[in-house]
Design a protein around this ligand. Structure first.
Ligand code: PNS
Length: 162
């Protein structure tokens, strides 16, 4: 049986913390789908297509083992995507108790809806303070984001700034 998992998120933009979780998960499953999901609760910086291409570049540059696909999803439930591609597991990165509190109800609902289990993974503590919202704020105010994001993202945000 092919073990397929999905790592969903806004990835606006992908950070080194995200990449760390993706790499760890890629080692555990036969096929990993990194899924860019529109989160209506957040004001986006990057268009979805740009987030997908930055993820693809970052994953390729990291030379990850295993099959890692990057795609996006904007219609319907996240678990519908899982069912469509035969994935029985969602992987979420957990930085703190705040993340646990935010993710736990969604994990239970996703299991109730479609029997999809959620696995919480701990990133390297070096990335525990890194979030996309922090990166967006530092970039918007002209700060250096290179310690927090893959090279391609830093280059893109720098270029965007002109
Ligand atoms: O990176 P984010 O913004 O924390 O990611 C949140 C995301 C996109 C994973 C979350 O908003 C989500 O799971 N959206 C899917 C919508 C859905 O299926 N909701 C019903 C069950 S929880």
């Amino acid at each position: 049986m092919t073990r397929i998992a999905v790592v969903p998120g806004s990835f606006d933009p992908v950070t080194l913390g995200h990449l760390d979780v993706i790499e760890r998960a890629a080692g555990l499953f036969d096929q990993l789908h990194v899924l860019v999901v529109h989160n209506p609760g957040k004001t986006a910086l990057l268009p979805i297509a740009q987030r997908v291409s930055l993820l693809q570049e970052s994953i390729a540059a990291a030379g990850m083992r295993g099959t890692v696909l990057v795609t996006s999803w904007s219609v319907g439930l996240l678990v519908d995507y899982c069912t469509d591609v035969g994935a029985s597991v969602l992987v979420k990165g957990i930085r703190s108790q705040i993340d646990v509190a935010y993710e736990t109800p969604m994990a239970i609902v996703n299991r109730d809806l479609a029997g999809v289990e959620t696995i919480f993974m701990l990133p390297d503590p070096a990335h525990a303070h890194v979030s996309s919202s922090l990166v967006r704020q530092v970039a918007a105010l002209g700060g250096d984001v290179t310690p927090y994001v893959p090279r391609s993202v830093a280059d893109y945000l720098q270029k965007d700034r002109g």
